[in-house]
Design a protein around this ligand. Sequence first.
Ligand code: EPZ
Length: 417
Amino acid sequence: MDKILIRGGRPLRGTVQVRGAKNAALPLMAASILAEEACTLHNVPCLHDVFTMDKLLSAFGAKIEFTGRYMTIDASTLDSHVAHYDLVRKMRASFFVLGPLLGRFGKARVSLPGGCAIGTRPVDIHLKGLEALGASIAIEDGYVVAEGALKGAEFSFDFPSVGATENLMMAASRAKGVTRLFNVAREPEIVDLAHFLNSMGAQISGAGTDLITIVGVDSLGGTEHTVIPDRIEAGTFLIAGMATRGDVTVLNANADHLPTFLGKLRDAGAELEVHGTRIRVNASAALKAVDVTTLPFPGFPTDLQAQMMSMLCVADGVSIMRESVFENRFMQVAELIRMGADIGLDGNSAVVRGVKALSGAPVMASDLRASAALVIAGLAASKGETSISRVYHIDRGYERIEERLASIGADIERVND
Ligand code: EPZ
């Protein structure tokens, strides 16, 4: 098991290239199931979760070539519609194959994803939506068994779930007739998926708004597509620059994908410059406390909450953070307190009192974004060494994070424990 060792207190300075978005690449790969010809994806990030999705699609019989950041997926000869527990349990996004399998074959058997560190993460909206499209859904031995010829329908989401929006958009693209989905997620990854599906021949409009209309078609062909930049990775590096009082520029980013977040960085005292796909943060001034509530897009992203908390631990003043998207996404708090942070929890709210400095300590990663928060805290710690175990959590969503942070001045290394 690898560990990451960090000796903090050094301002990060320099530029970092943002990779393709994990949370776009995974649904795009799942959507290739619908194509009866090969698809090509550019700017695919080299992440453990991408390898897991590759394994899952290959188990269905898809032929996948993945070199560098270029991926071809030929799902024309798929010969299975069963997604096994041992793969789905590793990565919740595996559940995104349910909609495309149903849309293409009229049947699917996908393991329920089960809970994870940040909550029970039910799939009731996914299943109710597929039933609205005419599928019969049964739960057998921990698997969702779905069957039926899909027909266009109207369905309103109880919560704008990203995954449910993606699953239902993919299923409805092959339903007979028109589907209208209300109160859907508006994330940039939804828009990217709609672009991909339309380039395969789907007829989807309204992606990025809270009403998506899909006119079902009889078949979908191959296409070529470039994955959008990873806004959460961009935000993570910008926060690292702030927390170390440095001067960091991220390249190949899209500021329109981070509207509320960039506003919060400015409120916290950052000098922010946006030039096209470059976003620069200079944090020489003192960091100020800010209140943060996570919300579905375009609100503050829940996937940047933990990283922001690490920065606010060393800001001047008291910040109130509210996690409104997931029920248990403060896994980083106990470890941050061990590094000297002053944080009080009350349900899904955290009161973060800025302290003069954090100190390095041995800490344990628990989930992807909490791990990124511990890296940021280690970089900000003005004394001592931080050693982070279970770094496989980080590798799920960040490519070689220690090399890229070292390239902008961090004293960080990965050691084999
Ligand atoms: C996607 O997860 C992302 N993952 C998550 O990123 C992200 O945090 C989340 O969207 C919210 O933005 C991928 O895209 C692969 P949701 P998803 O369905 O689709 C509840 C990361 O760190 N809910 O929008 O699973 C659910 O319990 C990961 O990169 C239901 O109640 O998120 C949660 O409280 C973590 N019923 C809330 O909605 C449902 O049927 C948001 O979940 C579905 C969801």
